[in-house]
Design a protein around this ligand. Structure first.
Ligand SMILES: *Cc1c(COP(=O)(O)O)cnc(C)c1O
Length: 387
């Protein structure tokens, strides 16, 4: 079985960085999460352009794997999914407002109604058109972000039985601390949510994001909602990552220079070389969404987290030197064996530099790293070719 390659984004001959998305690994991760969801159906959360990886490439692969429900944040993201998936259930997490209701009804998008106001608004828009368009009801059980309180949800259920305001097809809540299995809020949220589920007895329910799937079977309900782990992100903090890496980010070496012990590097001269050093200058920087906070020295974060970013080339881990600049950054490649630089590209994220490790060195999370990936990369989508 060969691999099919689809190239998009910047011209590969000219780009300073290349992003490779392994769609076969992505599909394998979704199937794995679907299996771990037990009898629950498994959806895919593809907000923010599928976590920065490209809705138009990610959604067709997931559809082919059998995914039938997608969650996005905004109606325009939902419309983009609808173009690819005419029959899928498409949920809009950020809800509905006066300006968006008509568009959502026309595109057959399912709003996740987050407040009593939104329920009334959706009810009115459906009534005006003589429709009973489906919706989901979000219940806040501990995030204090979006959703009805538990008491509001219970009262709404009784009222909706009498008045048939809206037609919910899903009742849901969102976990605040699922990546910490021992956090007491997990069990409290699950118990609060159960009180709501008990009265919505003929409506499907959904609680688990990626990390929630790994807590225990009691969190799966009828529909799971993984995002980050489909894209290779670690579900549980401090535990080994069972997911396959999906994203590889590499940068082109522009120049290798040699500097002497005692010289300084990059803006602010914040790092002094402790030995004669071979420096690889590479063609990616914070202008490509590679966070400056991951600098080797000279940023506030280095006082809290001593080690900055690393790359990998020729099987060697190489530390980033000094400050990351807009379009360029520097790696210490002194220890790379002869010939090791011949490839000409340094891995920034991938099989050797896990997404979550790269994020931690920049004081952030894999989610932010992926959704900030810039527009200057060549993008390559790999897929097993079964023909
Ligand atoms: C983003 C999001 C998810 C997916 O979370 P991951 O941690 O990426 O798996 C699920 N549900 C809601 C409500 C979300 O906002």
């Amino acid at each position: 079985m060969g691999m099919k390659l689809h190239q998009t984004g910047a011209d590969p001959r000219l780009a300073g960085g290349r992003l490779t998305v392994d769609l076969s690994a992505l599909v394998a991760n979704w199937r794995d999460l679907s299996g771990r969801s037990g009898t629950a159906k498994c959806s895919a959360v593809v907000k923010a352009d599928a976590y920065g990886l490209g809705t138009v490439h990610v959604v067709p692969a997931l559809l082919e794997a059998g995914c039938e429900a997608f969650f996005v944040a905004l109606p325009e993201e939902g419309i983009a999914v609808r173009r690819i998936a005419p029959k899928a259930d498409i949920y809009i997490l950020n809800g509905v407002h006066e300006m968006s209701a008509a568009t959502m009804i026309e595109a057959g998008l399912i709003p996740v109604l987050n407040s009593l106001e939104q329920i009334e608004l959706w009810s009115r828009h459906c009534l005006e058109r003589g429709l009973r368009s489906p919706c989901a009801i979000m219940v806040d059980t501990g995030m204090n972000r979006l959703g009805l309180t538990v008491e509001e949800a219970l009262a709404f259920r009784a009222r909706n039985r009498a008045e048939h305001l809206v037609s919910p097809v899903l009742v849901m809540s969102h976990l605040a601390c699922a990546e910490e299995p021992g956090h007491p809020l997990n069990r409290l949220q699950r118990e609060s949510f159960q009180r709501v589920v008990d009265v919505f007895e003929d409506t499907e329910s959904s609680l688990a994001n990626s990390a929630g799937i790994f807590l225990d079977a009691g969190y799966a309900h009828d529909l799971t909602r993984p995002g980050i782990s489909i894209f290779g992100g670690r579900p549980t903090a401090g535990a080994p990552n069972p997911m396959r890496p999906v994203v590889t980010l590499e940068t082109r070496i522009v120049q290798v220079r040699h500097a002497r012990k005692g010289e300084t590097v990059s803006y602010g001269a914040t790092q002094t070389l402790e030995r004669d050093t071979a420096i690889a200058v590479v063609s990616v920087g914070y202008g490509d969404g590679y966070p400056r906070a991951g600098s080797g020295a000279g940023v506030a974060l280095r006082e809290a987290v001593p080690h900055g970013q690393h790359g990998c080339i020729g099987g060697c881990r190489v530390p980033l030197l000094g400050r990351i600049t807009m379009d360029l950054m520097l790696f210490d490649v002194t220890d790379v064996p002869d010939g090791g630089l011949d490839d000409g590209w340094i891995e920034l994220i991938g099989p050797n530099i896990p997404l979550d490790e790269a994020a931690a060195a920049a004081g952030t999370i894999g989610y932010e790293l992926l959704t900030n990936l810039g527009a200057r990369y060549e993008r390559r989508y790999l897929q097993a070719d079964e023909s």
